[in-house]
Design a protein around this ligand. Sequence first.
Ligand SMILES: C[S@@+](CC[C@H](N)C(=O)[O-])C[C@H]1O[C@@H](n2cnc3c(N)ncnc32)[C@H](O)[C@@H]1O
Length: 472
Amino acid sequence: MTVSKLRRFAEEILRCVDILEEDCLSRGVEVPDINDHQSYDNDFQRSKDNVLDAVNSIVASALALVHSVQSPIQSMRAVASGHIISASLRCAAELNITDLIRTGDSKGTHVDALAGKCKVEAGQLSQILRLLSAQGIYREISPDVFANNRLSIVLDRGLSSSDLVAVSQSHDKLYKTPQSATSALFCHLMDEAAKASSYLFEAVSDHATSTNKVYAISRAFNTDKSFWEIFELPGQENRLRRFGLAMEGVARTEPRDVVLKGYDWQSIAKGGQVVDVGGGVGTVSMRLASAYPEMNIVIQDRQSVVEDGLKRWADVNPLAIETGKVKLQPHDFFQPQPIQSPDVFFMKSIIHDWPDDDALTILRHLRDAAGPNTKLFTMDKVVPYTCDTPDANIEGVEMTGPAAGKAKSGLGNVLPYISSVLMIALLNGQERTLQHTVSLYRKAGWVIYKVYQSETQGQFGSQLQARPIEIP
Ligand SMILES: C[S@@+](CC[C@H](N)C(=O)[O-])C[C@H]1O[C@@H](n2cnc3c(N)ncnc32)[C@H](O)[C@@H]1O
């Protein structure tokens, strides 16, 4: 009898489990367990190629196995109802359920106690937590008693029991610890982003026929404003602030200081000038400024974000502002760039926010202000195709970094594509393939000559270096 595909998937999973167990054994650490609720830092050495390949292969094989054996109607129904999982997770996050469980009885917390503290109906809360437990987030350890697990602790904001009593809807209190940035990211995804996503179909259909490309998010908020303008509306101050922190949350999903790896910052460490265009509150520049305190950094963003940014720097690195090494400058990147010939124009997660024509305008303004030695250094996801692409390299583009040329495609690797479609819903933007990115930059007078990739799945921003050429 020939070996069935089911068995091949199962055998592949076992082969990879051997590799992961060996990884833990060699370091004398326990194999991660879904029921761990102390820390999710107990992890595999994903920086090692064979370990990362094993993790990726288990995810792909397990998904293939599930889709091969589960009734397709059941699988599709679960996907079609995925929004209710996201909505339930938002309830748990906004109600601080993870923090409440952590600060409660170590054996788990009864839903009546949780509901009393967060002032909701216990019957409804138990349904929500049960759905999440069935999804592997939280654990119902006895009827109506819930405990944290490896997934739920990602939402931990680090609040103490007294914080939790005093907590109101004030985001100053909710998001006061550094670890709360992750929760800020998830709450943004499950709030504004989820609302926008429900209008994706209407927006996409409309874009095909109309020149007035109404954003999905504008439909969701019943306004003619764009994503950024919605944050400026009265009453949206908490969302604006949370979004700033959510960008820190994004940075926390990446290896710390990954931005230091993809560019030779040492060459401009002593007094060079970097302009962080659309730098938000300066999340990435904070890493640069602490590694290279003599570098001159200007963070440009919208006025309201600059104001928020100054408060963040006062908390995190006041000296950098006092010495003038770091400056925050209001600037609209659709207007001519005021800083001429810096060493580096830096942008992280900017180009993916915009459709091609707007992205070209932003890139061209930087090109106009570039000197012959100015470099453009950007971080954006470079998404792989979902099929194999043997000829993925582009002439003249040097691929560097630990994951260079090892892009993984296909089943199980959904995050870059989620991000790409989300950009349509929020901003009419998109993540781009390498081919698309290279050609877009070239049209704006920038030639990409180096791409640093730190991981294989296109989830973290790839780091792209470009130099100015004649504008075609
Ligand atoms: C996705 S965030 C990235 C922020 C930052 N680069 C980071 O990675 O943490 C995009 C940023 O673009 C800024 N932005 C949007 N429109 C802008 C404009 N017209 N001029 C300048 N900044 C703008 C937003 O305020 C926001 O801070």
